[in-house]
Design a protein around this ligand. Structure first.
Ligand code: KE4
Length: 426
């Protein structure tokens, strides 16, 4: 890494835990110091030492239109001239809510918050408040932000409810969350036989993207929908990543499944801090001040974030952009796959629309066990060569690559050539 980034990292570590404001950015999984980014435009990032990269992190998903998209920057500038936050209702929030309701099939009403974590934390509380039940089911390898009830690891088998996934999560709370293998409907059925009438909600990333990208088996999501409906349990789709990414209406549009609640984030803020949760009216009216389930936020729905998010959703809404995103993603991932076979390197690529991930393994990856069995050492070598070639990937084998509207064919071809060099060096 360049000297300026190195010096900045040394200084950052004096004042910020690990030198970063979110752990994955510290690049620990690839034994590297992170480049400090100074600017971004389109699909390109520039670091403090002037190095340029083609960006496939896209701020972990939000930048589906690319960085510094003129319509988004203009919307932020125009909004900022009228002040940055009022702590009072605004027309922008009404337009945002109306747009989400129009775009996401299952949402009748929506509440804006400031992060994906707030969205899922609030949805869980709402599900417990609405059903009067306490147990939650999540899936191994799915990440829903860092709320205590969701920082829970799988116990050993069904009978053992969740164990804390982090120090500071009280075991008494963790035991109310059961973490099960994704794509395993039989285990879900067993859990409902054991705990059915106590389960408030099943929360799932319909297309997991925090253990790399995992493709839901045909029937898995529909099975979750049927089992939860049969037990009056709420089905919560955490679409913080997949929302507006895989289709205008997210995974629920792509797969035709209607959850009871949906959590949103990332793209919805156009790069500013925004999250949201929404769903059926009869559930959402339980949220304060209309109902008694309390949730609040100083900056929720603030005009700057609404302006950036609306400028983004207005471009995504008619759906025209998705066929081009699909074409580019197919070009990218098939190019990398061909490069791997030419280099004689065993890889599996899971892709849905414009997000995908590369696993160094010779077997299909359809759950967390499969993702964990891929070769992390090979990923590290691959990652380090790719960044040397000017390709900026997520520094973890358990994240996704995102293609944006700003990635053009030339950049994709450059990426494929870099992958050929990196794979050839393994
Ligand atoms: P935030 O609180 O980070 O805005 O959102 C939490 C969250 C919720 N649900 C899903 C499906 C998510 O992927 C996330 C956050 N994603 C991670 C990366 N996959 C954010 C990156 C980071 O933690 O720095």
């Amino acid at each position: 890494m360049g000297e300026r980034s190195r010096l900045l990292f040394e200084k950052a570590k004096k004042y910020i835990p690990g030198g970063v404001n979110s752990p994955v950015r510290a690049c620990k999984a690839v034994d590297m110091d992170p480049p400090f980014i100074t600017e971004a435009r389109g699909c390109l990032l520039k670091d403090a030492d002037g190095n340029e990269y083609i960006d496939y992190v896209c701020s972990w998903g939000p930048m589906i239109l690319g960085h510094a998209r003129p319509e988004v920057v203009r919307a932020i500038e125009n909004s900022a001239r009228n002040g940055t936050s009022y702590g009072a209702p605004t027309e922008l929030e009404v337009e945002m809510a109306e747009t989400i309701v129009e775009m996401v099939p299952s949402i009748d009403m929506v509440r804006m918050v400031n992060s994906g974590t707030e969205a899922t934390m609030s949805a869980i509380r709402l599900a417990r408040g609405y059903t009067g039940r306490e147990e939650i089911i999540k899936f191994d390898g799915c990440y829903h932000g860092h709320a205590d009830s969701l920082l829970v690891s799988a116990g050993s088998g069904i009978a053992t409810l969740g164990i804390p996934g982090s120090p500071g999560v009280p075991p008494d709370l963790a035991r109310h969350t059961l973490s099960l293998p994704f794509n395993d409907l039989d285990t879900v059925k067993e859990a409902f036989q054991e705990f059915g009438t106590r389960i408030a909600a099943v929360i799932v990333e319909p297309i997991p993207a925090n253990m790399g990208v995992i493709i839901p088996d045909m029937g898995f999501l529909r099975g979750l929908r049927e089992i939860t409906a049969a037990h009056d349990t709420l089905l919560i789709f955490d679409e913080v990543i997949s929302g507006f990414r895989v289709a205008p209406g997210g995974a629920q549009e792509l797969y035709g499944i209607t959850p009871d609640l949906t959590c949103l984030g990332k793209i919805i803020g156009g790069g500013l801090p925004v999250g949201a949760y929404g769903g059926r009216r009869e559930i959402m009216i339980k949220v304060a001040p209309e109902g008694e389930v309390y949730q609040a936020g100083t900056l929720s729905g603030n005009p700057l974030a609404m302006a950036a998010g609306l400028a983004t959703l207005r471009i995504l809404k008619d759906g025209g952009i998705y066929s081009e995103l699909e074409r580019k993603a197919v070009k990218l991932f098939s190019g990398i796959k061909d490069a791997a076979s030419k280099a004689g390197v065993d890889v599996r690529i899971n892709r849905v629309a414009s997000m995908g991930s590369l696993y160094f393994t010779s077997t299909e990856v359809r759950d967390f066990q499969g993702a964990k069995s891929s070769d992390a050492q090979r990923f590290k070598i691959y990652y380090r060569r790719m960044i040397q070639e000017g390709i900026y990937l997520a520094p973890s084998p358990f994240e996704a690559m995102f293609v944006s509207a700003a990635h053009d064919d030339e950049m994709i071809e450059k990426t494929i050539n870099a992958a050929a060099a990196a794979l050839g060096s393994l």
